[in-house]
Design a protein. Structure first.
Length: 191
């Protein structure tokens, strides 16, 4: 019984207390996991069998990050969130590459570069639409025109633009964009 002695199990009188003590809660059981997460878990087994060290390191790292996120108030529930996590890890590893090269550790830099390639492969193959800067500028211009027609301008228009862009049913919902980049472009275009 979950590593408990018979006596300890009997002391836990109700089955709910026993199940609380023995079970692990990795993620919310309300919604099914994102399809990309299921793919990553399957690829982990394949990478173990193939002894593909860079892929294995990346997959373990990503799955660990999703597990840690599941214990917070903002778990990874969509492919978009998972792609954002992949891009964040790739950015962190690019910073590490620069540091390794600055320290003369080309071997470690090459190791990080091979892991970055794996991260980018999964991000590109995720099926989540990536929005380029030119397309993003067009979307922001269209939203600016809508707000001008509604009579919004000034600082309130900045916040309202961001709300409309990322709102459910908005032009950027479910797409792979960095909010910091969107914010920078909105400030640039709205002035």
């Amino acid at each position: 019984m979950c590593g408990l002695s018979r006596r300890t199990a009997q002391q836990l009188r109700t089955p709910s207390r026993l199940s609380q003590r023995c079970s692990r809660f990795y993620s919310s059981e309300e919604a099914p996991p994102p399809p990309l997460l299921a793919k990553l878990k399957g690829d982990l087994k394949s990478a173990m069998r193939a002894k593909d060290a860079p892929r294995l390191a990346v997959l373990r790292s990503v799955l660990s990050a999703t597990l840690n996120a599941s214990k917070t108030a903002s778990p990874v529930r969509t492919d978009q969130q998972l792609v954002a996590l992949l891009r964040k890890q790739a950015k962190t590893q690019r910073d590490s590459v620069e540091e390794f090269r600055g320290a003369g550790r080309e071997d470690l830099a090459e190791k990080e570069m091979s892991q970055i390639k794996v991260l980018e492969e999964y991000a590109e193959g995720s099926g989540v639409e990536t929005v380029g800067e030119e397309e993003l500028r067009g979307i922001i211009e269209a939203t600016k025109a809508e707000l001008a027609a509604d009579g919004a301008n000034g600082k309130s228009a900045l916040g309202e633009t961001m709300k409309r862009l990322f709102a459910p049913g908005g032009p950027l919902e479910g797409k792979d964009v960095e909010k910091a980049e969107v914010s920078r472009l909105v400030k640039e275009i709205m002035q």
